[in-house]
Design a protein. Sequence first.
Length: 128
Amino acid sequence: MKDHPKHLFSISSGDKVISERYNNNVMDDLYRHLTNITKINMTTYRAGRAIAELIIHYDSEKTFLLTIWESELNCPPLSSDDIRLAHKEIALPDIADIMIFVTTLARHAHLSPHLPSDQNSAEVLTYV
């Protein structure tokens, strides 16, 4: 495996997500810090490029904002400042990585996707 992969997740020719050390480390870091996730709200924007924001409800009444920029892969580990500020910015290269990332996080928390009631909202999915 390369030192710095182009994508967070590789996809096989059989449409399966390939589990690799790098993506496992990124996801495990989130799981370790954001325990007992109960809800994820996913909203999308544009600011020169695509942005997805996840409002992650976890550990009783805590929330954490994860901003995902569509850009060159950049997923540093969560820091104590990120936890204190309840916010982290990462970058994923394309919609495939973004959707697999969000789905993997939701599946780990045993959440299911639901469409928001407001048809005109930039919120695209709520996982509960």
